[in-house]
Write a protein that binds this ligand. Structure first.
Ligand SMILES: [Zn+2]
Ligand SMILES: [Zn+2]
Ligand SMILES: [Zn+2]
Length: 855
């Protein structure tokens, strides 16, 4: 029985019907915009998700509001669906690779022993805390007639007990005496030596003693002997008692997501935000008078600037020399203040109190850098969890393990046997093996998800899906082979086959290899937009004749920019030579290593030498010497991940097309009559945005067991704008429609400028003219996003700069890549130098930058 889709008209689909075989792999392909995503994601995946949710009990009736976005007569049967989207969501800053692979709990449970009688920190045999206390007390008794005084710290006494005691403990004389308020220990009760068997009952009158594991002072009245004894009910480790730590006894204490297990200084994030000197003084080559100290140009601080100058003069520090020449004397005054100048640290702490203001938060964040937390070294767990050592004979401590790479963890766990834990162990091993096979081996378990690039993020999600053990589900995967080399693609196919033995798999994938291994191939087309929307081929994979392209060759290099004596982490690199004025690819022993060297070292260092400011990378490297870096006007790094800043950007804002449309509507006679401005047509402006959804157009429900569900805002129907403005029309289309018309079509009817026409030309060349102004950058696939960023460069007329692209070939067909090649060669014509971190064969005739390690 297949999944049957009937009469589908979503987006550009033309009344399409199709059957997808059960428990097989079906692969869709076709040019961008041909309708693959409309069919596979917007129809099959989303409708399955929606219908599945709607089949849940009606008590969860908010799902009724999940909109029917797909236009389809029927999909039968509906399976629970897992979706691997190509865009990586903006993920919380707490999550790391270990969480993504669902290993966090497994590793914690490996270390956690619920019924062990050994201390997980010290390995000492645990003793009965209650019995131990009694033993200690008994040691003090010489005769049955002796009287024992029990005293506790006066702070606890005053908090927990009303009234004053009869006696207290005079530490100077080491004697229990008539109550004196200043004494540190106050008596709570006393018993006779003969009554020591009733001690348990006496203690139970004071339940807080056990809760607080209090230290009691016990003294024998006749002998004067006394000692401090800690009262604990549960099993205790003597060493833990000595150290004043509580032996961890629950798996929660090993998990960084809650109060008990999390490292306190970083709240379980593994990193902390710190004020950075480099961000306070952005222009150290300028003099102080010329504005070297950027933090003092903030409007709220600027009144202190003259005061600061006066203090510097008083301290005989030049304000006319470059900051970098006088900085040693300036920093203490700048930070701590002097005389009438309060110091930046204090000024920032005033601001901290105004964090509730968005603008203040943004400003403060701009002065901070994210640093690995030094208390937990990025492991996110508390110091006690970190010392957890229950597998002491076989593994390092829990904290050490959390610092491992995936490969290192695999090696450690490989020969491990832990009684009663083979299920957890095997599950973790299977996942680790797959992750290594997929090329994630050298990544740290603690690598933050938000720092991964699209393909790394995708790989990690793939590992999670491919190690799924259930059956009867539908998996819908977008371009799973992206960023995988042939070996990794073989692994992908191997696991997909395994998964398809009980689950139905639908892929969109351009890889000929993946297509050839799929059970059914569906080709959409023939063109994009209204030229597509049909099935142009369905059946077994057919080997098409390899097309040959006439490839233009890039210009010859004009000299080299070189960096020598580079060290990066533990690596030593002989030299990095960048051919100028042409395009180069990078080769090193690992693709991810090339990427890191290029972005974190080369770009960072060139940028620093050039602008006295680092790019965003806080990395540990040195460069002994370099030459000719000054020949670049600018250094730009393009990445596929979604950065926070672009979270709400749209295609329209990125390409500078939205302002044009807003202006057009604001200039209509009807708008002028109403006094409307450009802002009334912008969802980012207070004037125009829908006040209910704040211009987002959607509201979201957090679904713990599945992906989040979002539905359009009821107030504006998802239009983001105030209803009235959204529906304002020029007689042909409304503002809202303009934002949602494919760009190619939209500007056929709106007035254009030469600049807009040039952008449109590029959009067509790169097969992107089906995008709309309103598409957000995170909603684009990695490839689309990169091409939009690339277009942004083209239209900005960038010259004589160094451009570094990661994975430019993402999601592009060969025909599209040929065009991208031409555009890049065009950029070289303007004196630009391009570095591609991308091993697509279509780039194989370019120069190569060899990153050679020295020993
Ligand atoms: Zn212990
Ligand atoms: Zn920490
Ligand atoms: Zn709204």
């Amino acid at each position: 029985m297949p999944i049957s889709i009937k009469n589908c008209n979503t987006h550009n689909l033309k009344n399409l019907s199709l059957e997808i075989p059960f428990n097989k792999i079906t692969c869709f392909s076709g040019p961008s915009g041909s309708g693959k995503s409309s069919l596979v994601f917007h129809t099959l995946a989303n409708e399955s998700k929606r219908r599945f949710l709607n089949s849940l009990p009606s008590s969860m009736n908010f799902f009724d509001r999940v909109p029917q976005s797909a236009e389809v007569e029927s999909i039968e049967p509906v399976l629970p669906v897992w979706i691997l989207p190509q865009n990586n969501p903006i993920v919380g800053s707490r999550l790391n690779l270990m969480d993504q692979l669902e290993l966090t709990m497994d590793v914690a449970q490996l270390y956690f022993e619920p019924f062990s009688n050994l201390c997980p920190l010290h390995g000492a045999v645990l003793e009965d805390g209650g019995a131990l206390f009694k033993e200690n007390v008994k040691d003090l008794i010489e005769n049955e007639s002796d009287v024992l005084h029990f005293l506790i710290d006066r702070d606890i006494y005053s908090e927990k007990i009303s009234g004053l005691p009869v006696r207290s403990y005079d530490q100077q004389d080491s004697k229990v005496r008539e109550y004196v308020g200043e004494d540190q220990y106050w008596e709570i009760f006393r018993i006779k030596g003969s009554k020591v068997s009733g001690l348990e009952k006496k203690l139970s009158d004071f339940p807080f003693l056990k809760e607080l594991s209090s230290v009691l002072y016990v003294q024998n009245q006749s002998s004067g002997d006394g000692k401090f004894i800690r009262l604990k009910d549960e099993d205790v480790c003597l060493e833990c008692l000595d150290e004043g730590v509580k032996a961890p006894r629950s798996v929660d204490e090993l998990i960084p997501f809650n109060g008990v297990g999390a490292c306190t200084p970083c709240k379980g994030y593994g990193s902390v935000l710190e004020y950075s000197k480099g961000k306070m003084v952005k222009y150290p080559s300028l003099s102080i008078e010329d504005g070297a100290i950027s933090v003092l140009s903030y409007s709220k601080f600027s009144t202190y600037f003259p005061v600061f100058l006066k203090e510097l003069k008083r301290a005989k520090i030049s304000t006319k020399k470059p900051f970098s020449e006088v900085e040693d004397g300036v920093w203490p005054i700048l930070l701590e203040g002097k005389g009438a100048f309060p110091g930046v640290l204090e000024m920032l702490s005033w601001l901290e109190e105004k964090r509730y203001k968005r603008s203040v938060r943004i400003y403060l964040r701009g002065l901070q850098v994210e640093k690995r937390c030094s208390s937990c070294d990025g492991t996110r767990v508390s110091p006690i969890a970190s010392r957890y050592d229950s597998l002491r004979e076989q593994l390092p401590t829990y904290g050490e393990i959390l610092k491992y790479t995936i490969e290192e963890l695999l090696l450690e766990l490989h020969d491990l046997t832990v009684k009663g834990k083979s299920v957890i162990l095997n599950r973790a091993l299977a996942k680790l093996e797959l992750a290594v096979e997929m090329g994630l081996g050298q990544y740290r378990l603690s690598a933050k998800l938000k720092e991964l690039e699209t393909n790394e993020y995708q790989k990690s999600l793939l590992v999670r899906y491919l190690s799924y053990k259930g059956s009867g589900s539908l998996f819908v995967l977008d371009e799973p082979s992206l960023g995988l080399n042939l070996e990794e693609q073989k692994v992908l196919v191997k696991y997909l086959k395994k998964l398809s033995s009980g689950n139905t798999i639908v892929l969109v994938d351009h890889s000929k290899f993946v297509q050839s291994k799929s059970d059914l191939v569906v080709e959409m087309g023939p063109g994009a937009g209204h030229m597509g929307g049909e099935i142009s081929y369905i059946g077994k994979f057919k080997k098409s004749k390899a097309k040959s392209f006439d490839l233009e060759t890039p210009p010859k290099a004009k000299g080299k920019v070189s960096l020598k004596g580079v060290t990066f982490g533990d690596f030593k690199i002989k030299k990095v030579e960048i051919p100028r004025g042409t395009i180069s690819t990078v080769s090193s022993y690992l693709e991810s290593f090339s990427k890191k060297v290029m972005s974190d070292v080369v770009a960072n260092d060139l940028y620093l030498k050039h602008f006295d400011e680092k790019l965003n990378y806080d990395t540990d490297y040195t460069v002994k010497s370099y030459n000719k870096y000054e020949e670049f006007d600018d250094i730009i790094v393009y990445k596929t991940n979604v950065d926070r800043a672009s979270g709400r950007s749209t295609v329209g804002t990125m390409l500078g097309l939205s302002p044009h449309v807003r202006k057009y509507f604001a200039n209509l006679p009807v708008s002028k009559n109403l006094g409307l401005k450009d802002g009334h047509f912008s969802p980012n402006s207070e004037l125009g945005k829908c006040s209910i959804c704040e211009g987002k157009g959607i509201r979201q429900i957090d679904m713990q067991f599945m992906e989040d569900v979002s539905f359009p805002c009821d107030e504006c129907d998802g239009k983001k704008l105030n209803k009235f403005y959204a529906n304002l029309s020029d007689g042909r289309i409304t503002v809202h429609e303009a934002y949602n018309t494919p760009l190619g079509e939209l500007f056929e009817s709106l007035p254009t400028t030469p600049k807009i026409r040039r952008i449109l030309e590029f959009l067509k060349m790169m097969n992107l003219d089906y995008l709309t102004l309103d598409r957000t950058l995170p909603s684009l696939s990695g490839g689309e996003r990169l091409r939009v960023k690339f277009l942004n460069t083209l239209q900005k007329n960038i010259e004589n700069s160094l451009l570094i692209f990661t994975s430019l070939s993402y999601g592009l067909s060969e025909v599209e890549l040929v065009k991208v090649r031409e555009l890049m060669i065009g950029l070289c014509g303007k004196g630009n130098t391009i570095i591609l971190i991308d091993n697509h064969p279509i780039f194989k005739d370019f120069d190569v930058i060899d990153i050679e390690l020295t020993d």
